[in-house]
Design a protein around this ligand. Sequence first.
Ligand code: G4P
Length: 527
Amino acid sequence: MTLREEIERRRTFAIIAHPDAGKTTLTEKLLLFGGAIHVAGAVKSNKIKRGATSDFMEIERQRGISVATSVMGFEYEGVKINILDTPGHEDFAEDTYRTLTAVDSVIIVIDGAKGVETQTRRLMNVCRMRNTPVIVFINKLDRPSKDPFDLLDEVERELQIKVRPLAFPISSGPTFKGVYNLYEHNISLFTTDERLTSNAQTADFEDISSPELDALIGERYAAQLRSDVELVEGVYEEFDREAYLAGQLAPVFFGSAVNNFGVRELLECFVRIAPSPRRSTTETRTIEPDEQKLTGFIFKIHANMDPNHRDRLAFMKICSGIFERGKNYLHVPSGKQLKFSSPTAFMAEKKSIIDFAYPGDIVGLHDTGNFRIGDTFTEGEKLRFTGIPSFSPEWFRYIENADPMKFKQLAKGIDQLMDEGVAQLFTSSLNGRKIIGTVGQLQFEVIEYRLEHEYGAKCRWEPISIHKACWIESDDEAELADFKRRKHTNMAVDKHGRDVFLADTSYALALAQEKFPKIRFHFTSEW
Ligand code: G4P
């Protein structure tokens, strides 16, 4: 197969959802379809259940699972599908955001009874920043759900994207009859316990005015479906794939993941319309996936899974060219040539050594502590990919050394955990103290636990009252200097030496923005 053919047959995507909407269930059904797993229950939910926040064995277990399920690859009808897993717990949202930089599209799962929830909204904001194409799957139709038109309106309004249903449900809950496929003009009848590899029982209805429809689903539901379909066709424009690929239009499906209902339709449409690996941007130029030379970047690092070995696994997304085992590549940040004797690929639960990988694929690289998130690999060109953001944290604490004998261990531990992207480190300009900023509160416990268990260091937290950290810059040197002088007590630098303003309150932030119009306040920073 040529490079172009390999690229065209790849779909790399993530499933995102608010916890409990059915992400794990849908992932599992997709893997079953792909023959990547053979029994239900093989994909463990990697969510940390409520109440388990101080159960650190649980955290360790989750880390183990999340390595195993980080990337799930399988083949479906000649298409190579890579599903990138994202953590279920919202405190690990930043990890999810970074994973989204490595996908070409996403499927959003929404619980039909709950509609759009907070985490879905946040994740969609990240997709919007990158114009990532999204498909929406409205799940749990076997339970009483909101009105489908209300759901469509809600998705449009809350996720700020135009929608186009490609399927439409016939009732929900105990009276759920099935789904009318608007593009194939057939009805999939709902039965629970559907056999996983077989298709749902379908009936073709080119013309839904046919009396056969009444016989099939009953007069009342037939009448309802006719009026719903009329409304859909009247309100929504024809599905426009270009608009979908541009991230402006989301096709919507309805179903019930746990019953494996509507999943085949989703998958078949997905392989047809979802994009193959797209071009990526670097600071100097755009990279086309079919360029002959390899480029790729690291979007995730997993460290110290085995406490006896200080090894880490770095996940590289291939952006162009062919990755070959044992070949020398330039690790751009260090300028060193490196080769990998045992790069791994992921097929569902299995990890195996690979000889080649293509754009869209994710390769696991053994790392002895030299890589960071955002690092680029090339065949010589000095490139840096853009768009791997670090988000302004929302929780802050001073970190102090609680064991004077272990100063070095603590410094190393903090440094490596920051490389992994667990949290962000700021150094106060006022007193030189180290501040850890995180996206979720749970991270502090994770950091403390991991510092102790992986690095033999002890830390202590002290409170600091900060509302938000934002990166600042300005073309007006004088104004920037003036700002830094006046706000001296609230200034810090991040790991890369960039200026960060630590606003005490939202009011202080708004005031600063108003008083210093020439200063740009950034709430995300690129690594
Ligand atoms: P998540 O990864 O998005 O957090 O969700 P997950 O798939 O774990 O699903 C959350 C719960 O919703 C699970 O129940 C799952 O069985 C259920 N679920 C998923 N899809 C459907 C559906 O189409 N209909 C209905 N009725 N339920 C669905 P649980 O009780 O938390 O776990 P389990 O004991 O069933 O595994």
